[in-house]
Design a protein around this ligand. Sequence first.
Ligand code: FES
Length: 70
Amino acid sequence: MIVCVCNNISDREIRQAVDLGLSTMAELSRDLGVGTCCGKCGSCARQVLHAHLDTRIEVKEISFRTAQTA
Ligand code: FES
């Protein structure tokens, strides 16, 4: 669905931006233009942003064990 009509930004594009590392409304505004015209999309964009941030799993460390052969 289109979230920001003024800039033709969809919920999918917002989620993709979050996947690429954006995490604030200021970043969405800067990079996608969300909320920079009439501003009516702000609350919906914020909902999409935070809902997707909540589903992300952040991997901070990965360790591997190597198989030991006898
Ligand atoms: S609908 Fe997003 S700035 Fe107007």
